[in-house]
Design a protein around this ligand. Structure first.
Ligand code: TXA
Ligand code: MG
Length: 343
């Protein structure tokens, strides 16, 4: 398949490119587009065949459901059973990095929801994503635009590496601002359940919902045979090819441990504050120690780049679990396949 790659500079000047992308989606094709979280691999959410193409392009198991991207919170009415809580959360956080799980309506084929009777709905804030949904005139089903098993793409270069020849069009809108996928909250049940932490934090959700449960798979490891609430949590995810190990302990001890591993030929993901104590080679600075949002923005690029060291192992800090740190922790602990050393 020939993949067209368009850079979108300004929405006003690039209306023709967006109209062409919208037409591809209406015709059942696939378009990769930027969002404020990560790039999405989009197809028409009301078209069962488009969903099959998405799974094939990603190499993803088809029982892992897709998120439906809509322009406005009220557009969910056509596809899902909404509720007062849905509109409270929408007023607080949409458009933005929040996905809500609701009971689905017949308009969304089961092939999009992996056979589930619920559907994930998200209203992205990115202007290009918003313009593309408008140009398509249909809701867009989109998983992250990486090959299954690779970290989610946070810039067009990642997408071009993974999906050239597998999709009809890639819209390059530059770097994603948040860098981790949206927060997913299940609200088709009595107590809302946080399935995946992201740019909207647990603390922010509690302020609107009152009590929120955190699914055990967010940080914990699933017991053998246990089925997670979100099918995506079953799969090995966000994984660099090089094994990643997280290091937890007192600040100076962790820095010293990273320095020793580096001297042995391993790679490290570190904080800006300790960078000059470490060797300049095989070192990627994630961001400042107390700025998890900055670290989140760089994490997936760092995981991809770390593979280029050709090191036997990569070591990184175990993040603080509060605020945006919970999202970082969730991605890093899964990338590390739960391997943590205490120093
Ligand atoms: O930020 C994001 O959410 C990005 C951008 C493109 O919007 N999308 C994204 O999609 O991360 P994906 O497919 O990579 O992750 C969606 C997750 C999967 O783990 C899937 O299992 C879960 O959402 N999910 C989707 N529908 C669900 C449902 N009905 N019930 C439970 N989990 C669901
Ligand atoms: Mg994904």
């Amino acid at each position: 398949m020939n993949t067209k790659i368009y850079t979108i500079g300004s929405l006003e000047q690039d209306t023709d490119k967006l109209a062409e992308a919208g037409q591809i989606l209406r015709d059942g094709g696939l378009v990769v587009f930027p969002t404020e979280t990560v790039y999405g691999l989009g197809g028409n959410a009301t078209d069962a065949e488009a969903a099959k193409k998405i799974y094939a392009a990603k190499g993803r198991p088809s029982d892992n459901p897709l998120i439906i991207h809509i322009a406005e919170p009220r557009d969910a009415e056509a596809y899902a059973e909404t509720s007062a809580l849905y509109y409270r959360l929408a007023a607080a956080f949409m458009p933005g990095p929040l996905t809500l799980i609701l009971p689905k309506k017949e308009t969304i084929p089961h092939s999009v929801t992996g056979g589930l009777d619920s559907v994930a709905v998200r209203c992205p804030a990115h202007p290009i994503a918003h313009a593309l949904i408008a140009a398509a005139g249909v809701p867009i089903a989109a998983p992250s635009a990486n090959l299954s098993g690779k970290p989610s793409p946070t810039c067009a270069a990642h997408v071009i590496d993974d999906l050239t020849g597998r999709v009809d069009m890639i819209l390059d809108g530059g770097d994603c601002e948040i860098g981790l996928e949206s927060t997913i909250l299940k609200i088709d049940c009595d107590v809302p359940v946080l399935l995946r932490p992201g740019g909207i934090t647990y603390e922010q959700l509690c302020a609107v919902c009152g009590h929120v449960e955190i699914a055990s798979a967010v940080i914990g490891q699933l017991a053998p045979g246990e089925r997670p609430l979100s099918p995506g949590m079953m799969y090995r995810h966000y994984a660099p090819a090089t094994p990643l190990i997280l290091v937890r302990g007192e600040r100076a001890a962790v820095t010293a441990y990273l320095r020793e591993r580096q001297a042995e030929g391993c790679g490290v993901l570190c904080y800006a504050e300790e960078a000059d104590v470490l060797l300049p080679e095989r070192r990627i600075i994630l961001g400042h120690r107390d700025d998890p949002a900055e670290q989140a923005q760089h994490l997936f690029t760092a995981l991809r780049d770390a593979d280029a060291f050709g090191a036997p192992t990569i070591f990184a800090h175990y993040p603080d679990e509060h605020g945006m740190g919970l999202a970082l922790c969730n991605r890093m602990i899964r990338a590390a396949a739960h391997t943590v050393v205490e120093v």
